[in-house]
Design a protein around this ligand. Structure first.
Ligand code: AMP
Ligand code: ZN
Length: 476
């Protein structure tokens, strides 16, 4: 498979260290807020990647973390812990907050048919491993202490810092490092371990070699967890940096290019002396009116909004399959409605194929090759979707079409064989009457009047979509 590698900024042949096995690490959510459609994009694309590798014959072990402690409100290691802050605002404990939002995340992923990772692990479950790693970095001379604040990684001791995506010093500084932490030797230095503030009781804190009450920095967790669950570095419960083996694939959203991932690389490579990961896969953002859809800006939608508007969650999956993962896209309800109509057309074509075909499975080498060449071409899902429609329109036998579509659905994950029953939202009578009226006007070729009715419906929150089978009313 050809895949763009953020480390080299090139499309390269994906080659794991020990084929057919692939060790894959995915940076998970910080569990302090709702799961947004922006998250859905990153994790659906990562799921397309994993399913593609499996379709092509690889055996993937995928580890994903949940950040439940240590991610501060600023990437520059200033500010409060995001979970602690939310806990105080909601008068709950940080443990409760983490549990609540992790549950929401995986429930959302299940609805989107995102396969569960082979291992899900939480920062708070790996405290000892993180301490062992920081101790090793300390022993090797990469750290310094800022009294009363924490243990920091000295990036000047690691000359290759920032090689991910070939970031230059300017780009690194631009990476959200506007806030200055007093005592840092270099702007890019980052916290490995933080000391609890003296004047405040935290819900999550641990005794460490550096302080009675302390907690991990955000980046150390991913280094420790990827080593522990994907390599023999922590075999026998003891950290042996020399046992570390380069992992094959590391994934995350584009925001991780400038801070989180360079820091993970620095920690891991300084401690082990080996390359951290062969391939780095980054998803571009889902935007809303030119800005990233994000929890902190508040311009986000969740699964509740999607279902509340009568959408099939898998329409979100179809929508994201139609855009390449390395392109930023804008989210609109209109584009989701269009994705849902396309998906419904697909469901109805597959169901008529099921009726018409006998059980004889037949394939077509030509179409199978076309599909594989799309997915293996830097995960070109839009091309794979186009191949799917072309194949359905082609002259091949129904049995062949059905076998192909069901096989390809292992990658698409759209439940094409058993479409989900989506509860219909109640549409008020007034709206259905107006829609009928518009249709009558159109039949009489009174298009301008029909359009006025369409606009009126739009103002009432309903969109009329014309499909080959007639019109459809979609709640906006
Ligand atoms: P967070 O919980 O904010 O750490 O985000 C978890 C993952 O979701 C990260 O890899 C982010 O890059 C990704 N993510 C968050 N918002 C978006 C968005 N609007 N579009 C794409 N990915 C996103
Ligand atoms: Zn991470």
């Amino acid at each position: 498979m050809k895949l763009y590698n953020s480390l080299t900024r090139k499309v390269e042949e994906f080659e794991p260290g020990e084929p057919p096995f692939v060790s894959m690490y995915t940076c998970g959510i910080t569990a302090y807020e709702h799961t947004t459609v922006g998250h859905m994009r990153t994790y659906i694309n990562t799921d397309f990647l994993r399913r593609t590798l499996e379709y092509l014959g690889y055996k993937v072990k995928m580890v994903e973390n949940v950040t439940d402690v240590g991610h501060l409100t600023s990437d520059a290691d200033a500010g409060e812990d995001k979970l602690q802050k939310k806990a105080e605002a909601e008068r709950k404990s940080a443990w409760e907050i983490a549990k609540e939002y992790e549950k929401e995340f995986f429930e959302t992923m299940d609805k989107l048919n995102v396969l569960r990772p082979s291992v899900v692990t939480r920062a708070t479950e790996n405290i000892e491993e993180m301490i062992a790693l920081v101790k090793d970095l300390e022993k090797k001379g990469y750290t310094y202490e800022i009294p009363g604040d924490g243990i920091y990684f000295d990036t000047s001791k690691y000359p290759e810092y920032g090689k991910l995506a070939n970031l230059n010093q300017e780009e690194l500084k631009a990476g959200a490092r506007v806030e200055v932490v007093e005592g840092k030797k270099n702007p890019a230095d980052f916290a490995l371990w933080k000391f609890s503030p003296h004047d405040k009781k935290r819900d999550m804190e641990w005794k460490s070699p550096w302080a009675e009450k302390s907690f991990p920095g955000w980046h150390i967790e991913c280094s420790a967890m990827s080593m522990k669950f994907l390599t023999p570095a922590f075999e026998g419960g003891k950290y042996s940096p020399q046992k570390f083996e380069t992992i094959d694939l590391h994934t995350g959203g584009e925001d991780h290019l400038t801070v989180h991932h360079p820091n993970e690389i620095a920690q891991t490579e300084a401690s082990t002396g080996k390359k951290f990961a062969r391939f780095w896969f980054h998803n571009r953002f889902l935007m809303v009116e030119g800005q990233k859809m994000s929890k902190s800006i508040g311009n986000f939608y969740t699964m509740k909004d999607i279902e509340g508007r009568g959408f099939n969650p898998l329409a979100v999956r179809y929508l994201f399959a139609t855009a390449h993962y390395r392109q930023r896209i804008n989210f609109t309800w209109e584009s989701l409605a269009a994705a849902q109509s396309a998906l419904e057309r697909l469901y109805s074509q597959v169901s008529s194929l099921i009726e018409k075909s006998n059980d004889k499975a037949e394939t077509s080498a030509k179409w199978e090759a076309k599909f594989k060449s799309a997915i293996a071409n830097d995960l070109n899902m839009p091309q794979a979707v186009a191949v799917l429609w072309e194949m359905l329109k082609s002259e091949i036998a129904d049995n062949q079409k059905l076998s192909l579509v069901l096989a390809w659905d292992q990658v698409f994950g759209l439940n094409l064989k058993n479409p989900p029953q989506v509860p219909k939202t109640e549409i008020p009578e007034e709206v259905t009457e107006l829609a009928k009226e518009r249709e009558e006007l159109r039949k009489k070729r009174k298009f301008e009047e029909a359009d006025l009715v369409r606009k009126r419906l739009l103002n009432m929150g309903y969109l009329i979509e014309d499909t080959p089978k007639g019109y459809k009313i979609v709640k906006k």
